[in-house]
Design a protein around this ligand. Structure first.
Ligand code: 7TS
Length: 409
C-alpha cells in the first residue's frame, strides 16, 4: 500500500459509490479531485471575504485583494518564480497559450517564420499556433516521436532552423505520459534565438518545477489539474517578455488611464487581467498549492512512479491489451493510454464505469498524435496522489470482465 494512501480521507468525493461499486477515479489527467482544505478555502472566502478586488476602499475589498494576490504569490513560489508579478492569471492552460499566441506571436511573426511544436501536443498547444500561422503567414513544423513514444530529438537542429521564432513543447503528454525533452528543445531554440513556450498542464502538477532552471520563456498551467478549482490557470513569463507583450483583452482593471482614443496599460501582470478575475479560484488554488507543498513534489512524483509501475505490471497480465506510452518509468508520468483488442475505447470506458471505474475514452484533444499512433481513440487511466493499488485492481478486474463480455477469451 502506498505511503500516500492516508490522503484519501481528505477527498470527500472518493467516498462515493458509482453503480454500486466504490469509485475508482482514474481520470486525474482530465481534472483532479479536490481536498477538503481547497473546498473549505473557497467557501470560507465566499462566507467571510467576498468583494471585488483592486477597487473600493472598504475592508472587504481590501481583504479580497490581499487574498487574491496571496494566491498569486503561492503559485509563483510553487514554480520557483522570482516574483508574483511573473504570474498572469488566466482561465487555464488553453487561455495562457492563446495569450502568448495573440499577445506575442501575432505582433512578431512575419511570412516565412516558423513555429515548431511536437506531435505529442494537446490541441491547446497546436490550434492557437495554427490560428496565428494563418494570420501572420508563418509556417508550422513538427518534431516527431521515437518508437518509445518520446519526442525524437535527433532532428532538432534540422526542424528548429534559423527561421524559427517560437517553439512549443509539453512537459508531459496527457495521452502517452511521455515526459517532454524540454532542456534539449530549449537549447536548440536558444541557438536560433527562438522563444520556448512550455505547456505545463500535466508536468507542473506531477513533478517539481524550478522555472529558473528550465530556462523556458513561457510556462502555461492549470489549477484544476493540481487539486485546485476549475476556471483559473496561469501564464508564467520572463519579465522582459511579459513587459513587451501586448494585452489581448481590454476592459476594466488593466489600465492606468483611458482617453477617448487611446489608453495606458497597468503594470504586468494586471495589464493582462481585464475584468473581474477568478478571485475565489485564486484563493482555492493557493490552498491547493499549500496542500501539495506539504506533501512535497518529490514525494508526489515518487508516488506517481510507484503507482504507474504497478498499473503497467498489472495491465501487462491482460492479453490483447496494448499500452501507448514509454515503458521506462523515468521517461513517463501517470497517464496510461491503452486499447483492449478491438473493443472501442468508448465501449470499454462505459463497461468500466458500470464497475465504478472512471477512465477517459477518446482522442484526448490530441488528434495529430492519435493519427500518428494510427488509432481513432484510446482508453486512458490517469493517476494522482490519492490513487491506490485498489483502484488499479478494480480496473484490471473490470478489464478482464470486458474481455469476457466481448468474447475475447
Ligand atoms: N495541455 C495539456 C498537456 C493538457 O493535458 C490539457 C488538458 C491542456 C493543455 C488544456 O488545459 P485546460 O485546463 O486549458 O483545459 N487535458 C485534458 C485531458 O487530458 N482531458 O481533459 C483535459
Amino acid at each position: 500500500m502506498s505511503s500516500l494512501a492516508h490522503l484519501i480521507d481528505d477527498f470527500p468525493i472518493l467516498g462515493r459509490e458509482i453503480n454500486g461499486h466504490r469509485l475508482a477515479y482514474l481520470d486525474s489527467a482530465a481534472t483532479t479531485q479536490k481536498p477538503t482544505s481547497v473546498i473549505k478555502a473557497i467557501s470560507d472566502y465566499y462566507e467571510n471575504t467576498n468583494a471585488n478586488v483592486h477597487r473600493g476602499a472598504h475592508t472587504l475589498a481590501h481583504e479580497a485583494t490581499v487574498a487574491y494576490e496571496a494566491g498569486r504569490a503561492k503559485v509563483a513560489d510553487f514554480i520557483g518564480a522570482a516574483s508574483p508579478n511573473e504570474i498572469v492569471f488566466t482561465r487555464g492552460t488553453s487561455a495562457a497559450i492563446n495569450l502568448i499566441a495573440y499577445g506575442w506571436g501575432l505582433r512578431r511573426l512575419t511570412p516565412g517564420d516558423r513555429i515548431v511544436i511536437t506531435l505529442q501536443e494537446h490541441h491547446s498547444n497546436i490550434v492557437p499556433w495554427q490560428l496565428i500561422a494563418d494570420l501572420t503567414g508563418a509556417e508550422l513544423a513538427y518534431l516527431e516521436l521515437n518508437d518509445d513514444y518520446t519526442v525524437d530529438t535527433s532532428m532538432l537542429e534540422k526542424v528548429i532552423d534559423d527561421r524559427t521564432k517560437i517553439v512549443g513543447i509539453s512537459g508531459m503528454s496527457n495521452v502517452t505520459g511521455a515526459i517532454g525533452p524540454v532542456a534539449d528543445v530549449t537549447a536548440a531554440a536558444r541557438a536560433v534565438g527562438a522563444i520556448v513556450v512550455m505547456d505545463g498542464a500535466q508536468s507542473v502538477p506531477h513533478t517539481s518545477t524550478a522555472i529558473t532552471e528550465l530556462d523556458v520563456d513561457f510556462l502555461a498551467f492549470s489549477a484544476h489539474k493540481m487539486l485546485g478549482p476549475t476556471g483559473i490557470g496561469a501564464l508564467w513569463g520572463k519579465p522582459e517578455l511579459l513587459e513587451e507583450m501586448s494585452p489581448v483583452e481590454g476592459g476594466g482593471e488593466m489600465i492606468t488611464d483611458v482617453g477617448l482614443y487611446e489608453s495606458r496599460w497597468a503594470p504586468v501582470p494586471h495589464k493582462f487581467e481585464a475584468g473581474t478575475p477568478a478571485i475565489a479560484q485564486a484563493v482555492g488554488w493557493g490552498a491547493a498549492v499549500d496542500y501539495l507543498s506539504k506533501i512535497g513534489m518529490d514525494e508526489v512524483r515518487r508516488h506517481e512512479v510507484e503507482i504507474t509501475k504497478y498499473a503497467l505490471e498489472r495491465m501487462a497480465e491482460i492479453p490483447d491489451l496494448t499500452v501507448y506510452g514509454p515503458t521506462d518509468l523515468d521517461k513517463r508520468g501517470g497517464a496510461v493510454s491503452f486499447e483492449l483488442g478491438d473493443i472501442h475505447a468508448h465501449d470499454l470506458a462505459t463497461i468500466l464505469d458500470e464497475e465504478g471505474v472512471a477512465v477517459r475514452a477518446g482522442h484526448h484533444c490530441a488528434k495529430p498524435l492519435m493519427r500518428y499512433l494510427e488509432v481513432p481513440a484510446t482508453a486512458r487511466a490517469s493517476f494522482y496522489i490519492y490513487t491506490i493499488e485498489e483502484d488499479i485492481d478494480q480496473m484490471v478486474k473490470a478489464l478482464w470482465n470486458a474481455r469476457k463480455l466481448f468474447g475475447l477469451d
